[in-house]
Design a protein around this ligand. Structure first.
Ligand SMILES: [Zn+2]
Length: 312
């Protein structure tokens, strides 16, 4: 009898809906949560954010990333999202003092929204489609050999950067050896070898939504210190979609000409037809307001990225 290969657990971070709910509700119950998230999203000048650890801030290393970085830092792009490299070596051998600062896999990249979205706990039914867009962006990018080569180059760059930051010749040699292994195997990784996760407030390190994209078969040299706090991206999406619809806004006054029942009906039919033709992936603009993913004004953050001490 042929032996069945054990299926790879493709969603190792799934099964945490109660914790997702708890963190979501705890965040939403904070006094200024909504106002601060909205100020970050709109990049409201002069908004005063409470000075609390892990709280919403005006700027982060990922805020308006596309305005401050060139193509060398961007692995892929869609209408509202970017794919970027993770800021760590994948090999714990290079982090003798703090192994948890290593990456979560030999291939560990991040997807971020271009718009200023704070964290998965501040997503709403209107903005949650960014998760599907980020996953679709990764899947499309990974099919491109050029992107995989760019990821390889980024991984090597992070190994060298970590060696420069914390000289550890032994660990450096080990990481380079493992990197050669990655070179041999990376093009054999398919999109289904990846899983997607979030660090929900207050477990996050950067106060701008970022989705961790982690190759599940190549984690043996990396850290599992963050696994417990990592939440499966699809589970987070489904949780946000399970939230009750926000209360309907009071109806705007109708134009007297539309009071004719036939024309109202016609307008409603037209609306229905329009919403039926919506693209599957993408952001649904709220009628009558500005689009949700309009990038905010530019911010200058030249040195913040370079000087970040901790792993993301
Ligand atoms: Zn993170």
């Amino acid at each position: 009898m042929a032996r069945q290969k054990a299926p790879i657990n493709k969603r190792p971070f799934a099964g945490k809906t109660p914790a997702i709910r708890e963190q979501y509700e705890r965040f939403q119950s904070q006094t200024s949560a909504r106002a601060d998230v909205e100020a970050y999203r709109l990049q409201t000048p002069g908004h005063e954010y409470p000075n609390l650890p892990k709280w919403v801030q005006a700027q982060t290393p990922f805020t308006s990333f596309q305005d401050r970085h060139g193509p060398e830092d961007i692995l892929g792009e869609s209408a509202h999202a970017l794919l970027i490299g993770n800021h760590a070596s994948f090999d714990v051998a290079q982090y003798k003092r703090a192994p948890e600062r290593a990456g979560m896999s030999m291939v560990h990249v991040l997807a971020i929204p271009k718009a200023s979205l704070f964290n998965a706990v501040s997503l709403t039914r209107d903005t949650v489609s960014i998760i599907d867009e980020m996953i679709a962006l990764f899947r499309r990018a990974w099919a491109d050999r050029g992107v995989r080569d760019k990821v390889l180059a980024h991984q090597l760059g992070q190994i060298k950067a970590q060696h420069a930051a914390e000289a550890n010749p032994n660990g450096y040699g080990v990481a380079l050896k493992h990197y050669r292994e990655l070179e041999r195997t990376i093009h054999g990784l398919g999109v289904d070898d990846f899983t997607f996760g979030f660090h929900l407030w207050p477990d996050h390190s950067v106060g701008h939504l970022h989705m961790h994209v982690v190759a599940t078969p190549c984690r043996k040299y990396s850290t599992d210190a963050h696994d417990a706090k990592t939440k499966d991206a699809l589970e987070v999406r489904d949780f946000i979609l399970s939230l009750p619809e926000p209360e309907a806004k009071p109806e705007a006054k109708r134009d007297p000409e539309l009071e004719n029942i036939a024309s109202v009906l016609e307008a409603e039919l037209l609306l229905e037809a329009e919403s039926g033709s919506e693209p599957e992936i993408g952001i649904k603009p709220e009628s009558g307001t500005e689009p949700h993913f309009e990038p905010g004004p530019k911010f200058e953050l030249e040195h913040e990225l370079e000087n970040r001490p901790e792993s993301r």
